[in-house]
Design a protein around this ligand. Structure first.
Ligand SMILES: Cc1ncc(COP(=O)(O)O)c(C=O)c1O
Length: 472
């Protein structure tokens, strides 16, 4: 009798599970045909980008040596929507629309009353959200006659994405990869080479910026700020070469908004709307990609908690200053108003290499100042514990960067349970961690160091912005 009851209960559970759909998929024909530009809806205008020499706003001519005119136009555009070129859509259709999952097994594993959904960007050929902008950038550069792109990469996801895009579109590509990641992730290097790009560890001997840093710090682990200096210098020195950035800039965040537009449609398929939208933030592009179309709803009056998750080792939004600063270490870029830890700050070599950036997208900074977005910072052992829990229930092994969003989600779900509330949570799973196994090995061996940025180091690094203009 008892066995029969158990069996009946098992069948009942299976039925309940089947009644809750796991994947919400869109047809290729439902791919968004426009990017969403949040600038047109923001309550506060962005501060102008300044020329470091004159202190005056930069114009298109200042940026033309580095970027094609179409991207410069998108950088300053106030249009609400910008059409996606047909050629870009064709390449997007190799992996887009990406799936949206209901994390039923994770919900069960943590015993939450909340519903958790995740948008999975790891199905792209390079394994993350990054090709959403890489393809667009390669397309406009090719259209305007450039034959080569130079870029930096942290974890290697962006370098892979740009080399993939350049290969498909027909451009040469040079990647400066942050040295610590270059050493931690040899398979990423091979992937970048497989798509035909040239790759060097940064700081390198190939640029003035790299040589200057090596002369002072021969063992420098590198940082995104340093690698950006090298790539910008490379691009500025060659007519045939443009610079390509994988995050931070307005046009990069714009290209990522296909993620959130798809997610809006998929949440509708699921008959749900999120109370909480969560993403990890390095420069801010995957977070913006998911969150901006939902922030459009929030600005229009809908109640949504929008949470940005960052590492405690590089707590740009939670502890940085909102100030004018350079985007790179060698001060080659214009000055942008953003949350910053100082352009010569070299974050501890945590395994979420893509989150090791001293600044953040100005669009996100402004939305944080306007209290439309809030931020939290986490230690890496906690983040990896959440990543392993996620892998054990949902199956997908997340990139360490994306695991910050998972950790944020688990915290939100726990807080809701403790308060006796039920939330609908949507997170961006920005990439898989198949090339991050050394990081998982270190975690399993108990060798991951928990680093929270030291107050003295933060004060030291912030001295580098003394004397720069301050935002009005
Ligand atoms: C998988 C993944 N997620 C997130 C990031 C962080 O970048 P962003 O803040 O621009 O999304 C990176 C950067 O390399 C990444 O590889």
């Amino acid at each position: 009798m008892r066995r029969l009851t158990l069996y009946a209960r098992g069948v009942q559970q299976t039925r309940t599970r089947a009644a809750s759909q796991t994947k919400f998929l869109l047809e290729e024909s439902q791919l968004p045909r426009r990017w969403y530009n949040i600038r047109s809806d923001m309550p506060t205008a962005l501060r102008p980008v300044l020329h470091p020499g004159t202190g005056l706003p930069v114009g298109p001519d200042d940026l033309a040596p580095l970027f094609p005119m179409e991207l410069i136009g998108q950088e300053v555009s106030e249009d609400t929507e910008i059409p996606i070129p047909e050629e870009v859509l064709e390449i997007y259709s190799l992996w887009r629309p990406t799936p949206l999952f209901r994390a039923l097994r994770l919900e069960e594993a943590i015993g939450t009353r909340s519903r958790i959904f995740y948008k999975y960007e790891g199905v792209s050929p390079p394994g993350s959200h990054k090709p959403n902008t890489a393809v667009a950038q390669a397309f406009y550069n090719k259209k305007e006659g450039r034959t080569r792109l130079a870029t930096e990469t942290g974890a290697g996801q962006w370098g892979s994405a740009l080399s993939f895009a350049c290969k498909l579109i027909g451009l040469e590509c040079k990647v400066y990869m942050v040295r610590v990641s270059y050493e931690q992730k040899p398979a990423r290097r091979s992937m970048i080479k497989a798509w035909g790009a040239e790759i060097v560890p940064s700081p390198s001997e190939e640029t003035q910026s790299g040589r200057a840093i090596l002369a002072e710090h021969p063992d420098s682990p590198g940082s995104l700020g340093i690698a950006i200096s090298e790539a910008v210098e490379d691009a500025a020195a060659r007519e045939d070469t443009a610079y390509s950035l994988g995050s931070v800039l307005n046009h990069v965040l714009l290209h990522q908004t296909v993620i959130g537009q798809e997610a809006l449609a998929q949440m509708e398929l699921a008959g749900a709307f999120p109370d909480v939208v969560i993403g990890c933030v390095g420069g801010g592009s995957n977070f913006a990609g998911l969150a901006f179309p939902f922030l459009r709803e929030k600005i229009a009056g809908r109640e949504i908690d929008v949470l940005a998750c960052e590492p405690a080792a590089c707590p740009t939004l939670t502890r940085g200053l909102f100030a004018y600063d350079f985007g790179d270490t060698s001060k080659l870029t214009p000055l942008v108003a953003m949350h910053t830890l100082g352009h010569d700050f070299v974050p501890a070599p945590i395994h979420a290499g893509g989150l090791r950036y001293h600044g953040v997208a100005p669009l996100i900074s402004q939305l944080v100042l306007d209290e439309l977005i809030r931020a939290e910072a986490y230690l890496q052992n906690d983040v990896f514990a959440s990543a392993v829990l996620f892998a054990g229930s949902e199956g997908i092994l997340p990139a360490p960067e994306a695991a910050h969003a998972i950790h944020g989600t688990l915290r939100v779900a726990k807080a809701a349970d403790e308060a006796g509330e039920e939330r609908t949570i949507l997170l961006n799973l920005s990439g898989h961690g198949h090339f991050d196994m050394a990081a998982y090995d270190s975690y399993f061996a108990g060798k991951l160091e928990d680093v929270a940025l030291d107050e003295d180091e933060m004060e030291r690094a912030l001295r580098s912005i003394e004397g720069l203009p301050s935002p009005a």
